[in-house]
Ligand binder design. Structure first.
Ligand code: ZN
Length: 153
């Protein structure tokens, strides 16, 4: 690894530590040239999963869209931003655990509904009613605003 200070490629690893429950490896390095220390992080390369829509078109899975969809379903509900963030991450992990390269959009919707039902009934009903009408979670996320009077701005 090239040293960020002197740019010489001559270092030794001083220690290696697992972080984030073993999903990240941190290596502390010592530059043999300038004797400064730096760290490198190694993490899993995540292959972007693709969403298979009902019309069989594919689009990249977008956690940001997922989050804003959940946020809208939780509009004016007693659900904190942290909770929404946490829920989004949990749903994302579930998707990556269950599916490898592609996930049908219906499955995303089912997973979201399952999680929402445990958190807030109103948010769940909002999501479920609009989602079922669309039959596509990503379309739902894109189109939800006009269908929810509460989200009108
Ligand atoms: Zn150096």
């Amino acid at each position: 690894m090239r040293c960020p200070f002197c740019h010489v490629d001559n270092d030794r690893v001083m220690d290696t530590r697992a972080m984030e429950d073993g999903y990240v490896i941190r290596r502390r390095r010592h530059c043999n040239s300038c004797h400064r220390r730096f760290s490198t992080f190694e993490r899993m390369e995540r292959i972007a999963i693709r969403v298979v829509k009902r019309d069989h078109n594919r689009e990249p899975f977008n956690p940001e869209k997922l989050r804003s969809g959940i946020e809208r379903a939780c509009w004016k509900r007693p659900v904190s931003t942290e909770r929404i963030q946490e829920l989004t991450q949990r749903i994302e992990s579930t998707i990556y655990e269950k599916f490898e390269v592609e996930v049908p959009s219906e499955q995303i919707g089912e997973i979201v509904m399952q999680h929402l039902s445990e958190i807030d009934e109103v948010a769940y009903i909002r999501f479920a009613s609009v989602y079922r009408a669309f039959g596509n979670a990503q379309d739902f996320i894109r189109e939800i605003s006009p269908y929810l009077p509460l989200t009108k701005r």
